[in-house]
Design a protein around this ligand. Structure first.
Ligand code: KG4
Ligand code: ZN
Length: 357
């Protein structure tokens, strides 16, 4: 089954052709990063306007690279939330138009579910294969807008274990990068700056580490404040905050603090859920420090770890095509119809619990 998938939830205009949820025939992403850099973050109106300009050429390129026409596609899938409403609207309306014109089923996909299924996509550079079809699998979603710990009990069956009480992990990266004057997007900038830095140089908080009421929850606002106080203290001590050595230590200590809590809580979740497999996904899963911390600690416990190749960590449409395929198998339906709408907020578990019931 070949699906044309479209993703416009934030600042990437993306389209992909995916077969049977795994085989990626094309995966085109037009990023708007340069456009938003001068604002220090994603500017919603600029994002939606840019999607309008990019969507048609991106879809044409995705179909061309896959060597297919819309009529030889079996279904069209589109992200309908969560995300920026104005951005989502562009993708959803284009998808509706294509589905109507080509008389193909239209499937609405939750962006977070897309991130989860990025772990099922075939990729030559993937060393450890895809998750085997044995559940439960514990999933950690770490993106710019979300940090969620989920027990996956089967395809499309999720139980939320916990999540962030304040900032998402990616948001923390972005805000701390701005604080350190490293620019946007913050994650890659911090990772780059941290090269050669000492992750133990500064003692930073690991929030909710020993809080039994929040075993599976995260909080990054205290870490952000600690970074602010630390930089102020260093400035008062006449340290040069542009010194690359100091910046490397600050960035390395920060990303290690984030990685430690993310991995520790994921391990506890895997133990409690008795899961032998863990998937980490979302933009922050591109972070090398998080990847190696997770790999070292989970492999030591005999837990199989899956993290997508870099190209599928940040927003893309291939992951939407994968999620759509597994939804299709589970629902055995004819799609969601042309009445689908966009949802700025769309919790994964609410949608799925009703399916699982
Ligand atoms: O999944 P994503 O592309 O978009 C959302 O759904 O939010 O994630 C974007 C987030 C941004 O906060 C960005 O700073 C972060 O992922 N990110 C990273 C890295 N690459 C992207 N964070 C840490 N290290 C990275 N290498
Ligand atoms: Zn995302």
């Amino acid at each position: 089954m070949k699906i044309l998938a479209i993703e416009t939830s934030c600042d990437e205009t993306a389209a992909a052709v995916v077969e049977d949820g795994r085989i990626v025939h094309s995966n085109v992403v037009a990023t708007q990063i340069e456009m938003h850099r001068r604002f220090g973050g994603v500017f919603p109106e600029v994002a939606s306007r840019q999607h309008v300009l990019a969507i048609q050429p991106v879809i044409t390129q995705a179909l061309g690279e896959a060597n297919v026409s819309v009529r030889s596609i079996d279904a069209i899938a589109v992200t309908h939330g969560p995300g920026l409403a104005g951005s989502l609207l562009v993708g959803v309306n284009v998808a509706k138009g294509l589905a109507f014109a080509a008389d193909r089923p239209l499937m609405a996909v939750n962006h977070l579910e897309g991130h989860i299924y990025s772990n099922w996509l075939d990729a030559p550079e993937r060393t450890q294969g895809q998750p085997v079809e044995s559940f439960p699998v514990v999933v950690l979603i770490v993106s710019g807008g979300h940090t969620e710990l989920i027990e996956m009990r089967g395809h499309g069956r999720y139980r939320r274990l916990g999540g962030t009480l304040d900032d998402a992990a990616g948001e923390a990266f972005d805000k701390v990068a701005r604080l350190l004057g490293l620019g946007f997007p913050g994650g890659p900038a911090i990772q780059q700056t941290a090269v050669g830095g000492d992750p133990t140089a500064f003692d930073l908080p690991r929030a909710l580490r020993h809080d039994p009421a929040h075993r599976f929850d995260f909080s990054f606002s205290g870490l952000k404040t600690a970074m602010l106080n630390l930089t102020r203290r260093l400035a008062n001590q006449h340290e040069d905050l542009r010194n690359p050595r100091l910046l490397a230590d600050l960035a390395a200590s920060f990303q290690q603090a984030v990685a430690d809590v993310l991995v520790e809580k994921t391990i506890i979740a895997a133990q409690v859920a008795d899961a032998r497999q863990v998937c980490i996904c979302g933009g922050v899963s591109a972070n090398r420090c998080l990847r190696t911390t997770a790999e070292d600690r989970l492999t030591a416990l005999g837990v199989q770890l899956y993290i997508p190749p870099f190209v599928y960590c940040t927003d893309n449409a291939a992951m939407i095509g994968a999620a759509a395929y597994y939804n299709w198998l589970k629902q055995n339906s004819v799609g969601d119809g042309l009445m689908i709408d966009v949802h700025a907020s769309l919790p994964l578990t609410e949608m799925i619990e009703s399916l699982a019931a």
